[in-house]
Ligand binder design. Structure first.
Ligand code: ADP
Ligand code: MG
Length: 303
């Protein structure tokens, strides 16, 4: 590669909202065989909103172990105000809508368990918010909400549960919209002969519903944050592929660094941007197509 053509390529990228950190990634991009896309914030907007809730009070109206809705949402709001997860913002927002003068109580012993949820002590009570798998591990049975959960997930929503002092309180559905250009960009990449894979910590059913909407058939779901980089490595070593990873979250950073080409969503976290070779400034997945085309054109000029 001549230095001049690479410099021109990097300049053209910048004009198109694609920041290329190192010349090597411009050279490598045309060799990409597999593109791994994070779901939340990459394929979707990453601005989830609570759309449905179901309380245990609807099922057992007189139970002493179930908090009244306002008290429950005060606890959920308090706990989630300590979390950086995109879902946390949606839950806090909803808690505020339930109670206009919401005063958040302080939270003791707050813990975020990556890929599972959050816990802490609120008003002397142990509050947990997170996935069904995590609740199963804690021996909190959430099967009473199974039909609702499955239906919400088939609609592409993420479902979390809330428990207080070990008693299940509610199931909550959170929806995130697919970015307008995601389906088109994914289809273009597939036509270019590249395999597109979805990688997410979210559950299989929700992942499948979103994947169906954008034309992805290979889904790696329920992957814990610490396993994301290993997943990329497996594709590189076992399947012998040149792999690109596209993501926005702190969780994605090790996978972005492991990939042959790491691409960060410009509207994502600084950690993801720092771990990447390329930044798609607007977060539009069409930028992946542009980057690969630029790489092909640049390298053609050189040979
Ligand atoms: P993703 O790859 O979609 O960003 P994560 O691995 O970050 O997923 O999280 C997986 C799941 O863990 C989420 O879908 C959610 O169910 C649960 N979770 C994580 N953090 C929180 C939180 N702050 N509040 C509630 N649930 C959470
Ligand atoms: Mg994400």
């Amino acid at each position: 590669a001549t230095p001049t053509s690479v410099t021109v390529g990097i300049g053209k990228g910048a004009e198109n909202g694609i920041l290329i950190k190192a010349a090597e990634s411009l050279e490598l991009a045309r060799q990409i065989q597999t593109i791994v896309l994070d779901k939340t914030g990459t394929i979707t907007q990453g601005k989830p909103v609570v759309t449905d809730t179901s309380s245990m009070l609807d099922l057992v109206p007189t139970s002493a172990n179930i908090l009244a809705p306002l008290a429950l949402w005060r606890s959920i709001g308090a706990l989630e105000s300590n979390s950086e997860h995109p879902l946390a913002e949606a839950l806090l927002q909803y808690a505020r809508e339930q109670n206009k003068d919401l005063q958040l109580p302080t939270v003791g012993r707050f813990e975020a368990i990556a890929g599972s949820g959050v816990k802490g002590i609120v008003e002397q009570q142990q509050v947990l918010i997170g996935t069904q798998r995590w609740f199963d591990e804690m021996n909190i049975n959430s099967a009473v909400f199974q039909t609702q959960k499955d239906g919400w997930e088939d609609a592409g929503k993420t479902v979390v549960f809330a428990a207080v002092n070990g008693h299940l309180q509610a199931a909550i559905a959170v929806a995130d919209t697919v970015k307008p250009n995601s389906a088109k960009a994914i289809q273009t990449l597939q036509k270019m002969g590249i395999e597109v894979v979805m990688l997410t910590g979210d559950n299989q059913r929700t992942a499948k519903a979103i994947a169906d909407r954008v034309g992805i058939t290979r889904i790696l779901a329920e992957v814990r944050p610490d396993q994301k980089a290993q997943t990329i490595r497996t594709l590189q070593v076992k399947e012998k592929k040149v792999v690109a990873m596209v993501g926005d979250g702190i969780n994605d950073a090790p996978a972005l660094a492991q990939a042959d080409v790491g691409m960060a969503i410009g509207t994502g976290t600084d950690v993801a941007i720092a771990a990447s070779d390329i930044t798609l400034i607007s977060g539009d997945l069409q930028g992946i197509v542009t980057a690969i085309r630029l790489s092909r054109a640049t390298m053609q000029n050189i040979q």
